[in-house]
Design a protein around this ligand. Structure first.
Ligand code: CAA
Length: 699
């Protein structure tokens, strides 16, 4: 194994070069290498100054996360940073790429920092449920002041090189080769022979006394449920009020506690799961992709408009087609409204809005797709209509153009069979609102070719989406699972649990919104219509219970938020769900008619009844090969359905509870409610019998 840190000396400047692809993570070996090479350079009489730099796309992008949660560090990183900081010769960090986490902490222990002007610097540990563990909470406030340091640490948001310069985090920016600029700078400061400035000896100006209480309230809210929150505040406060060494010790204890927390484990699982999801098991990573220069979208409604926005915002020219000018005008005006809202909120510059809008052209004829490389249809969920569309697209589009459906349930293989190019057909299932939600299910048909799949995954990355591959089945991964979640919420209501209690139990579990309030927001008529369509297509259910409440409410004109009443009532123009005796009466009537007796149900049962169907169905989805791996399913649910990231997704959560317990609980429900919905998935039974976990099914 080659050495990840090398030393070369040119004209009195020692270059300590980190070479640990892909992102030069600060592993134990890199830390030890840094210590040894800097020690060698410090002892070399020919060396007057040291430049710390890295090969490849970035300076150190953080500690090596794969080494977390093991048996503890083999190298004392504080001691390594002390070697850098205590060095008698000037040590200059030459920074490029993403200088994150442990990387920024290394840089802050150097005497000077020169950054490439495209660099980004940050302490994103909080996104992994952690706080900086290599002195970041102590050195950053000393360099840039308490308030900006707390902001960077508690949000995890990186700053640009220019902002870093303004904050005093870096000393100089470089337009050219940062290594050369740093070497020149190092030679100059070495000749001046003034003692190197040491971050740890700088004093911090204490903030106003009210600062800490305000900060505690803010962080308490933004980092709710994350153990790192209070530690971050305590450590930054220690940087102001206690000696450096004591602050460092406090940080060390806090980091150790956080790294062992379930929440951090869950977030680290999601970090790697997201990256694994981008890979398709039987398709090599270097599979050539098809060039996509222009995109077509069919349907200017909510979904089609959102999809058009995704592409236009990412720089793709888009042709939006709908049946008539009126539909296009309506669609365009929604798109303009959405962009205007982003500009008003300061999330988008007016110039970028104008550029995005200028990329969207409209037409009422598929002939406008002749120059498209990809066309996505977002028409109604009606198979006959989709088959017509695919036949037409196949005729109009050039050979090699990819044809995609945004369907959330229908069979992609049937659509592919309507064309003479089944290999070029796939599903691209965006989540609503498509311009906001990160998830994209990429549905692989039986005939979809590897290069089409590779193109879709690459495209998703360019759109800033997190893509998960799904096989063809009713509802694909996400909506197939959501059926059980919604069904149990409805059955619980029929068993006498008030809607607000169901929502409260699930928001306390961590969902941003409960299933009942969600149903009201989406519109109860949507589910009722979908059920009617399924019935028409012979895919209906013979169980009247799960759908009865929505059906009755819709019949009574209670469609949800949009009509001011659904399962809750709403003040005019309001969105806050308010309990409504009228809805409760409709539920109670339905329950009575179906002969369902109300009974006492505790919060734990509410959560288990809604969450465990997800786990059971996911096990079937895995066994059928619809999802490639458990982590993919977790990514779908965290990014598409608001499953709390602190629980790591349904399957990470199941592993955390313990699969034997999960299976026991499912069997209890099976005893009480019968086998129809509660027969344990064979894969779950097998895993329990073998003493294994879902995590062991990852790649
Ligand atoms: N440790 C280990 N592996 C890492 C890593 C890290 N800190 N950061 C990235 N990687 C790996 C990824 O898993 C991925 O591996 P595969 O190719 O095998 O999937 C590879 O590097 C490339 O990563 P991305 O696909 O994410 O590449 P990108 O160019 O889109 O993004 C990045 C690069 C901005 C660095 C992004 O990976 C990132 O944000 N990484 C995490 C940075 C971070 O959180 N650092 C703090 C770590 S905690 C810490 O430092 C604690 C401390 O105080 C000591």
């Amino acid at each position: 194994m080659s050495d990840p840190v090398n030393l070369s000396v040119e004209d009195g400047i020692a270059f300590v070069i980190i070479d640990n692809p892909p992102v030069n993570a600060l592993s134990g070996r890199v830390a030890a290498g840094l210590r040894d090479r800097v020690t060698e350079a410090a002892a070399d009489p020919a060396v007057i100054a040291i430049v710390l730099t890295a090969f490849g796309r970035t300076f150190i992008a953080g500690a090596d996360i794969t080494e977390f949660g093991g048996d503890g560090p083999t190298v004392d990183v504080h001691a390594v940073l002390a070697v850098l900081e205590d060095c008698a010769k000037p040590v200059v960090a030459a920074l490029h790429g993403t200088i994150y986490g442990g990387g920024l902490e290394v840089a802050m222990a150097c005497h000077y920092r020169i950054a490439d002007d495209a660099a980004r610097l940050g302490l994103p540990e909080v996104k992994l449920g952690l706080l900086p563990g290599a002195g970041g909470t102590q050195r950053l406030p000393r360099l840039i002041g308490v308030a900006p340091a707390l902001e960077m640490i508690s949000t995890g948001k990186p700053v640009t090189a220019q902002d870093a310069l303004n904050l005093g985090l870096v000393d100089r920016l470089s337009k050219g080769d940062v290594r050369t600029v740093a070497a020149r700078f190092a030679a100059t400061v070495a000749r001046q022979k003034s003692p190197p400035p040491r971050t740890r000896t700088r004093t911090v100006i204490p903030p106003a006394p009210s600062f800490w209480d305000e900060a505690a309230a803010r962080i308490g809210k933004s980092l709710r449920g994350l153990p790192a929150g209070p530690h971050i505040l305590a450590c930054v406060r220690a940087a102001v009020e206690r000696p450096f060494k004591e602050g460092l010790d406090l940080e060390g204890q806090a980091f150790a506690a956080c790294v062992r927390s379930r929440e951090s484990e869950a977030l680290r699982h999601l970090f790697f799961a997201e990256r694994r999801a981008a890979r398709i098991k039987d398709i090599p990573r270097d599979t050539p992709t098809r060039p996509i220069a222009r995109v077509g979208v069919i349907g200017a409604g909510t979904m089609g408009g959102g999809i058009a926005m995704c592409f236009a915002s990412a720089g793709y020219p888009v042709t939006l087609v709908d049946i008539n000018e009126a539909a296009l005008t309506r669609g365009l005006s929604t798109i303009q409204g959405n962009y205007a809202a982003s500009v008003a909120k300061g999330r988008l510059a007016a110039i970028d809005r104008d550029a995005a809008l200028s990329r969207i052209r409209t037409a009422t004829d598929y002939a406008a797709f002749t120059d498209a490389d990809l066309v996505i249809e977002a028409a109604f969920e009606d198979m006959d209509l989709k088959l017509l569309i695919f036949r037409d697209l196949d005729r109009v589009c050039r050979p090699g153009a990819i044809l995609a459906s945004n369907t959330s349930t229908l069979n992609i293989d049937q659509m592919a069979a309507a064309t003479a190019r089944p290999g070029d057909v796939l599903g691209l299932h965006f989540f609503s609102p498509a311009n906001v939600m990160r998830l994209l299910e990429v549905v692989r048909g039986a005939a979809t070719t590897p290069d089409v799949m590779a193109t879709a995954m690459d495209l998703a990355r360019r759109l800033g989406k997190v893509a998960v591959v799904s096989g063809v089945c009713d509802g694909f991964i996400g909506n197939r699972m959501v059926a059980g979640y919604g069904r149990e919420a409805n059955l619980l209501m029929l068993e006498g649990v008030e809607p607000a209690r169901i929502d409260k139990a699930l928001t306390e579990f961590g969902f941003p919104m409960g299933p009942i309030a969600m149903g009201d927001m989406v519109g109860l008529d949507i589910g009722v219509k979908a059920a009617a369509e399924a019935e028409k297509a012979g895919r209906g259910s013979d169980d009247p219970r799960p759908g009865i409440i929505a059906k009755r409410l819709v019949a009574a004109g209670r469609l949800g938020q949009k009509t001011g009443a659904g399962l809750y009532r709403y003040e005019p123009g309001g969105r806050r769900p308010l309990p409504d005796p009228a809805a409760l009466a409709i539920i109670a009537d339905a329950a009575r008619e179906l002969g369902i007796e109300p009974r006492d149900i505790d919060d734990q049962e509410i959560v288990d009844r809604c969450i465990l169907p997800l786990v059971n169905e996911a096990a079937r989805i895995l066994a059928e090969g619809i999802a490639q791996r458990p982590g993919d399913i977790d990514i779908v649910w965290v990014n598409g359905y608001g499953f709390p990231s602190l629980h790591g997704g349904p399957l990470f959560h199941a592993d955390t509870i313990g699969l034997p317990k999960v299976l026991d609980r499912i069997r209890q429900f099976q005893d009480r409610h019968g086998p129809r919905y509660w027969t344990p998935a064979p894969l779950l039974e097998t895993l329990v019998a073998e003493g294994r976990r879902f995590a062991e099914l990852e790649d």
